[in-house]
Design a protein around this ligand. Structure first.
Ligand code: GLU
Length: 482
């Protein structure tokens, strides 16, 4: 029987950021590689910081990435009674004790410790109360918290990525496992849920290592076998500082809005700390599943290199089927006010040629709208530097001759256009480039772009003539003003 069961446990207090997305992906790849189960748990016990909208955003982000989960998601907010049962068990076995200390008193003690520059630990005041005092307090109905009793010794675990790590228990406080107001406490809830969900491996960010010691102590106090732990390294910004929302994007769905394809994002995230063991970079999900293993996760921090993501996205754009690409760039074209759904749907063949001409040069899906604007709009300014270089009285003369030829062409296609332009340049005794550059500027307003003849075929005869005429007029006006 396969008993690999892993989970991702996002707190819905924010969107699914890249760190959680990577933890989700590594868990998912591990489960799929081992034929196990990938589960989802929403850590929503802090009601003031959780919202239904955020839960939807997180679920949709996971779906967008293609990370499907195998069982109904667990919501911690619905499991308070379960956590309480475990707290009861810990009280019964004397591995935990009630604490009636008022927050103000605890705060004051902490303040005093701070002044003396000593680490503040709970002084076990309530553990050491005489039994009759404890009973009295309990009978009085005075609210109490429950603290775990940390035994002497050391907590050691063999992390599957970090290796053996340990902490002396004297460094760990008798932390609270049940609050006086009944709200669940993070570390206890995680242990109870991971146990009840049958989690075999906890794969999460190494910022949780401090929690792991506490959780192992809870497992031990409950006489439960802890799962295996694999703590993945942090993701740092390019300057090696801790990644903030300023690096990359705040939530994974922002990447979609910025023009990234999900395949590129998944591929990029997979390589943030993991490698297939060879120099492959572009990989399908199936290939990732096949080669995924925890021992190939690098224990040192990963660096978020957005340029690499852009390169990768460009590769995925080039490999993408053109029909799908039209649908992917559609929202960006419409949002930029360049076209409508109806227009796109009714000119599918033209759109296929458009994406095919543009895809070589685009790194982001938004580039099609930005760099290909002139395909949809004919009123644009000519790039200043280009106009200085390519628009003069001489080129106006060439463009006029070219316009006549264009107007007379029977077949307006790439082959015929190219032959005609080369014929004309020969006739004029000039290099083809002396015609190509001014024509491109006249048609697009820019000096860069896809092959000129592809462009011209896409624009069509009338549009090319219109744009060339406009440019010739424009050059005439500069000459007069000169
Ligand atoms: N709610 C925690 C987080 O979002 C999950 C930690 C865990 O995986 O145990 O970081």
């Amino acid at each position: 029987m396969n008993n690999v069961r892993v989970r991702i446990a996002p707190s819905p207090s924010g969107r699914l950021h890249i760190g959680t997305a990577r933890a989700a992906l590594f868990n998912w790849l591990f489960a799929r590689n081992r034929g196990g189960k990938f589960l989802l748990r929403v850590e929503d016990t802090d009601e003031s910081r959780s919202s239904k909208e955020m839960i939807d955003v997180i679920f949709n982000s996971l779906k967008w990435l293609g990370l499907d989960w195998d069982e109904e998601p667990i919501f911690q907010s619905k499991r308070l009674d379960v956590y309480n049962k475990y707290v009861e068990k810990l009280l019964e076995s004397s591995n935990a004790y009630r604490c009636w200390c008022k927050p103000e008193v605890l705060k004051q003690k902490q303040e005093e410790a701070r002044k003396k520059k000593i680490t503040s630990r709970y002084d076990r005041h309530c553990l050491n109360l005489p039994d009759d005092k404890k009973e009295k307090l309990l009978d009085s109905g005075e609210p109490f918290a429950v603290r775990i009793l940390i035994p002497e010794g050391k907590t050691v675990f063999n992390d599957l990525i970090v290796g053996e790590t340990s902490r002396d228990n004297s460094e760990i406080d008798d932390f609270i496992i049940a609050r006086s107001d009944g709200r669940a406490v993070y570390n206890l809830a995680v242990v109870v849920d991971d146990h009840e969900m049958g989690i075999s491996h906890v794969i999460r960010g190494n910022d949780h290592i401090t929690n792991t010691y506490k959780q192992i102590l809870i497992y031990k106090a409950l006489s439960l076998e802890p799962p295996r732990f694999a703590h993945i390294p942090l993701i740092l910004g390019k300057d090696r500082s801790k990644m903030s929302k300023r690096d990359g994007a705040a939530g994974i769905t922002d990447y979609e809005k910025m023009g990234y394809m999900k395949e590129a994002v998944v591929n990029f995230i997979a390589l943030l700390g993991w490698s297939p063991g060879d120099d492959r970079e572009i990989m399908t999900v199936d290939e990732m599943i096949e080669s995924f293993s925890l021992d190939r996760i690098n224990p040192s921090n990963a660096i978020l290199d957005m340029e690499k993501l852009n390169w990768m996205n460009g590769e995925y754009i080039r490999a993408c089927d053109n029909n799908r690409l039209i649908d992917l760039i559609r929202p960006f074209l419409i949002e930029a006010g360049l076209t409508t759904h109806l227009w796109i749907n009714s000119r599918w063949e033209w759109m296929l040629k458009f994406v095919s001409a543009m895809k070589e040069r685009c790194k982001l899906l938004t580039d099609f709208a930005e760099q290909g604007r002139y395909f949809f709009v004919d009123k644009f300014d000519y790039e200043e530097k280009g106009a200085l270089k390519y628009f003069g009285p001489e080129s106006a003369g060439y463009l006029k001759r070219w316009l006549e030829i264009i107007g007379s062409l029977e077949r307006f296609d790439v082959v015929n256009l190219e032959t005609s332009l080369r014929g004309l340049s020969e006739g004029l005794g000039i290099k083809p480039a002396a015609l190509i550059h001014p024509t491109r500027l006249a048609l697009t307003g820019t000096t860069k772009g896809p092959s000129l003849f592809d462009l011209m075929e896409l624009f069509g005869q009338q549009e090319c003539m219109k744009r060339l005429t406009r440019a010739i007029d424009f050059i005439g006006k500069i000459d007069k003003n000169a």
